[in-house]
Structure formats: structure tokens, C-alpha cells
Design a protein. Structure first.
Length: 167
């Protein structure tokens, strides 16, 4: 059974393991395994950005004690943009098609709706990631922009969408 909870400092080792797993399985994230330092100190700083900021939330999906998915909304610390949160979502490939991404997204949106400051959620999704694009559309996200040659994988350029949802 999958359980969902806010990620915290005690989850650091599992978060690092999950990020490494997902980054090794998919090119659909905005960063790659070789670009990310996974020190415990860096990950603790990352988790603290969410636990110490009212416009940010980090949720982990756990199978037994293993983190198999992570989703976040990170709000801006700049006053002019504090009403906007950037969404990120990833699930280990072995756990795809089990509703984990849907559940994580649903919980984050519910939280964002109840947040007194957030008014808009934004995200980037690669054009070739049709499953994610369709999931976001099901939750009411709309395309706000189309970014040509937005990312490069092994010398080949790809496009992405900038999407948003008002909450």
C-alpha cells in the first residue's frame, strides 16, 4: 500500500535514492543525474526550503518505508512572485500506472487551494512526455507557452510546454 506524507529531514537518504533511481530511468526531468550533487547536506538544505517556507510543500509517496515518488510546489521568496509556485513531480518507473502521480498531484493542488498566498501553479513539461501533459490537463492546467529547443539530450533539441493552473 502506498502512503503519502510530507517529506522531512528523516527522509533524506530515501529521497536521494529515489532521485537517483528516477534520473537514471527517465530523460523527462529538467536535470540529469550527472548534474545533481546528492550530498546529505545539499538534500537537507533542499528539504528545509520546503519545511521552512509557507508557500512550499514537498510530499513523498512511500511503499513500506521506500520513497517511490516525490512531488513539490516551491513558492518564490520574492515578494512580487510569492503568489506563484513551481510544481515538480516524479515517480519511479516500477511504480508507474498505479495512480501515484495522480494522488501526489491531487494532494498538492488541494494544499495549494487552501494556501492563503498561492494563486498560481506553474510547471514545465517536455513535449514528448504525453502522459504527464495529459495528467496535468486532467487537473485543469492550461498551456501558457511553448518553448522551442528548450532542452538538449545527447545533442538533440526538444520542445516543452509551460503550463499553469490558477488556484
Amino acid at each position: 500500500m502506498i502512503c503519502y506524507s510530507d517529506a522531512c529531514a528523516a527522509d533524506i537518504d530515501e529521497l536521494i535514492r529515489c532521485y537517483r533511481q528516477v534520473l537514471g530511468e527517465s530523460d523527462c526531468l529538467r536535470f540529469s543525474l550527472s548534474e545533481v550533487k546528492f550530498s546529505r547536506e545539499d538534500e537537507l538544505e533542499f528539504v528545509n526550503r520546503f519545511t521552512n517556507h509557507n508557500q512550499s510543500k514537498l510530499i513523498a509517496a512511500k511503499y513500506n518505508s521506500r520513497i517511490v515518488g516525490v512531488a513539490s510546489i516551491e513558492g518564490s521568496k520574492m515578494k512580487k512572485f510569492e503568489h506563484v509556485g513551481e510544481l515538480g513531480l516524479m515517480v519511479e518507473k516500477a511504480f508507474w500506472h498505479q495512480g501515484i502521480g495522480t494522488a501526489l498531484l491531487s494532494q498538492l493542488i488541494d494544499w495549494a487551494v487552501s494556501n492563503p498566498v498561492l494563486r498560481k501553479i506553474t510547471l514545465h513539461v517536455f513535449e514528448e512526455n504525453e502522459r504527464a501533459f495529459n495528467l496535468y490537463k486532467e487537473f485543469g492546467f492550461q498551456v501558457e507557452g511553448y518553448l522551442r529547443s528548450d532542452h538538449c539530450i545527447n545533442g538533440k533539441y526538444f520542445n516543452s510546454y509551460l503550463m499553469f493552473k490558477e488556484v
